[in-house]
Ligand binder design. Structure first.
Ligand code: ATP
Ligand code: MG
Length: 753
């Protein structure tokens, strides 16, 4: 007689059950978001253990993040009890690779006690090697080399396997890479990328060891398979025989790590690598309502490069996805904070709500608003805005300018960026400061005059002191946002970040956001005071807090209510992504939008701002093309300022003015340029906009053809309000605005008043 169905199998649909119970042979579960892939994987693990097919340490289960690994372990424990504890090989690619490497370290010239270097150590090491080679490390930075090395390791290339030559340091990159690997061995160390790379070497050069692992891992399970890179893929291949019991689950529409060397082709290769592999499709989505799913599916249909699949839900209706235009970034933060409070009154917890942004610089406005309203929040996958290293560095400069006595600030940036003031010298300075009872800067001034330090260090310190003095003088008559820009430029801080291919751009964006945040304060002192207040606020108390994270960090998660702010051209899709990778980049951005929408269970709310301070300038933003691509049936356009669906009335603009909103100038942003091109070429129609919304928003841009202006005429401008034309130069008008003063504006942004 058939045994009764174990509890953990109940409630699975037939396809899910098939995926759980087909334990033997290769299996690929390729399915859309929220169809239960992760649930299948977890249940499958439980099933294999419960039926005694394998013992916990014979299972290899790979997840994308440590958080996901923890959750999976918890869920299995919940399903089958404490026997889940023996799951030694459940973790991320890196954590498992590290375990394997410890056991065979000697085969790649390491000892099992090897240390794993962080990126700072890595760069320092590379720099030493480059200097030994007489390479100009200002021109070719260690950071760039570090990201090259990382890239190679992600592709599984050891120095010997490296194809071609790289246009770096006159073709020396390859030999530097080899030297670096040797140096690491001497130090009994490896970097992050080595964990997998050494695994590949060990497994491919020692057939017996590979065989041992293939026997040990009787079942292999991989989540988020679409984002595995080449090295990870090769690693999996080495640990699996072609008839192995390997189960990979993934969704090609959620492949969002192309920039890290992930290869969606791995999915397609699966069937070739594992002949006779079984394929299970899951089509029922359990996570989201019909409208959310409809919006997400309609959007992703715009991608050409996809396998395509069906998705349906029993939860037919639900709220439509709200799409709102707001005036600016601050208004967006205000709106979302208000809605969070409202949602809480209707019974949602803070932790049921998430704000998913495209780039971390967008977080600042939300954090400030949440602090102000005492809404508890957590930034997932990164420090809070004011705790970021680059923000703290910038603050340290400003604090030192405010007060020479701020020794903590001094210590933080005296050698950032590197100016040849080493640790020993810094220790000497601090020692003198302590013993003489003076500030570190006072100690510096004394030491410059003495012979205590090497001549080179003295020169460097004198230069630093001169810079500080100059900036302090400048501070008396320069607005603090500009002052900050000058300091970041002149200190070399900006250049240091520019040289960093990996995270430099993100950090620069954050710094620009910082400069923008400063504009809201009367003085540098007022600003710094504000920051210390914000920093002092307790970290979000307890577990119940709103989750702020990037779209990338949200993979695999779900929340009842999801806010998706900043859906504007240039922000999302990110201009950089399109500039660098063209159509491919755009498709990856669209997948990111799909990931974002499909995180929502009941309620997804998209927003875009009409104006945003981008790089310290107010620019008119265009709604994201993704807004236009959402199927109209599943969305509900809404308006906070009346701005969604129509340009603001003159009245509204006037109201804004009397509220005291400040506007800067700036007509050379990408958003404006595009608008201008569209306005002048008259062609360049995009996908038909929802209900003409986007078109109407652009309408001021096409309102009045040029050549119809006369001096003295009254006009209305979207940002500057009413004014009178003073002069006409081609398509540029010089207008004396009633409130904003005289400005040069492009005529297509002006209406006759
Ligand atoms: P993603 O692609 O976003 O990673 P996924 O395919 O991994 O999604 P899961 O996270 O496993 O999907 O499941 C989505 C939600 O649906 C979860 O809340 C899960 O508990 C629920 N779910 C999955 N299968 C079922 C089922 N058969 N019955 C009820 N709920 C289910
Ligand atoms: Mg999942």
């Amino acid at each position: 007689a058939a045994a009764p169905l174990p509890d953990y199998l109940r409630g699975l649909n037939p396809e899910q059950r098939e995926a759980v119970e087909t334990t033997e042979g290769p299996l690929l579960v390729l399915a859309g978001a929220g169809t239960g892939k992760t649930r299948v994987l977890t249940t499958r693990l439980a099933h294999i253990l419960a039926t005694g097919k394998a013992r916990p340490w014979e299972l290899l289960a790979v997840t994308f993040t440590n958080k996901a690994a923890r959750e999976m372990r918890e869920r299995i424990t919940h399903l089958i009890g404490p026997s889940a504890e023996g799951l030694r090989w459940l973790g991320t690619f890196h954590s498992i690779a590290a375990q394997i490497l410890r056991r065979h370290a000697e085969l790649v010239g390491l000892r099992s006690s090897f240390t794993i270097l962080d990126t700072d150590d890595q760069e320092r090491l590379l720099k030493q090697l480059m200097e030994a080679e007489g390479i100009d490390t200002k021109r070719w930075t260690p950071r760039t080399l570090a990201s090259l090395v990382d890239h190679w390791k992600n592709r599984g290339w050891t120095p010997a396997k490296l194809p071609g030559t790289e246009d770096f340091a006159n073709g020396k990159a390859k030999s530097l890479y080899a030297a670096y690997q040797n140096r690491l061995k001497t130090l009994n160390a490896c970097d992050f990328g080595d964990l997998l790379l050494h695994n590949l070497t060990i497994l491919s050069e020692h057939a017996d060891i590979a065989e041992e692992y293939r026997r040990r891992f009787r079942y292999i399970l991989v989540d988020e398979y679409q984002d595995t890179n080449v090295a990870q893929y090769l690693w999996l291949r080495l640990l699996t025989s072609s008839t192995g019991n390997v189960c990979c689950v993934g969704d090609d529409d959620q492949s969002i790590y192309g920039w890290r060397g992930a290869e969606v082709d791995n999915i397609l290769r699966f069937e070739r690598d594992f002949p006779g592999a079984k394929m299970v499709r899951l089509e029922r989505n359990y996570r989201s309502t019909g409208n959310i799913l409809g919006a997400a599916s309609g959007l992703i249909a715009g991608n050409r490069d996809r396998l395509g699949k069906t998705l349906w839900t029993e939860d037919e209706g639900g709220d439509k996805v709200r799409v709102r235009g707001v005036w600016d970034g601050e208004a967006e933060a205000r709106l979302i904070a208000d809605e969070i409070e409202t949602a809480r009154k209707t019974g949602l917890k803070y932790k049921d709500m998430a704000v998913l942004v495209r780039a971390s610089f967008q977080m600042r406005a939300f954090e400030e608003r949440f602090v102000m309203l005492a809404i508890p929040y957590t930034v997932i996958g990164g420090p809070r805005f004011f705790e970021r290293a680059e923000i703290r560095d910038a603050h340290a400069y400003l604090r030192l300018i405010q007060s020479e006595d701020d020794d903590l600030a001094f210590e933080r940036i005296v050698n950032v960026p590197k100016r040849g003031i080493g640790d020993t010298s810094v220790q000497k300075i601090l020692h003198l400061a302590r013993t003489a009872g003076i500030s570190a800067m006072a100690a510096v001034h004394r030491l410059i005059e003495s012979d205590e330090l090497q001549a080179r260090t003295r020169t460097a310190l004198a230069g630093f002191a001169r810079d500080l003095h100059r900036w302090r003088t400048l501070a008396s008559d320069t607005p603090h946002p500009q002052l900050t820009e000058v300091i970041l430029e002149e200190s070399g801080y900006t250049d240091m970040q520019k040289a960093d291919r990996l995270t430099g751009q993100t950090r620069l964006d954050n710094l620009k956001e910082l400069v923008q945040a400063m504009q809201g304060f009367d003085s540098l002192q007022a600003y710094l005071e504000h920051v210390s207040l914000v920093m002092e606020m307790e970290r979000a108390s307890g577990d119940d807090s709103v989750q702020i994270m990037t779209l990338h960090g949200a993979k695999g998660l779900e929340f009842p209510l999801v806010f998706l702010p900043g859906w504007e051209e240039g922000v999302f899709p990110s201009q950089r992504s399109i500039d660098e990778k063209g159509e491919k980049g755009l498709e990856e951005e669209r997948r990111l939008a799909y990931v974002g929408l499909t995180r929502a269970r009941r309620d997804a709310r998209i927003s875009f701002a009409a104006n945003r301070l981008v790089y310290g300038r107010w620019t008119a933003q265009m709604p994201s093309r993704f807004v236009d691509e959402l199927p109209i049936d599943n969305v509900q356009p809404e308006s906070e300022t009346g701005y969604y669906g129509a340009a603001p009335s003159a009245r509204q603009v006037q109201d804004r003015w009397s509220e005291g909103t400040t506007f800067g100038g700036g007509y050379d942003s990408p958003g404006w340029k595009r608008a201008q091109q569209r306005a002048t070429s008259g062609s360049a129609q995009r996908t038909p906009p929802i209900d003409g919304v986007a078109r109407r928003i652009e309408s001021p841009a096409t309102a009045a053809p040029s050549g119809q202006w006369s001096r003295g005429e009254r006009v209305f401008h979207q940002k500057f309000g009413y004014g009178r034309i003073q002069g006409i130069e081609g398509n540029k008008l010089r207008v004396a605005f009633d409130k904003a003063g005289e400005k040069k504006v492009i005529d297509s942004f002006v209406e006759k008043a």
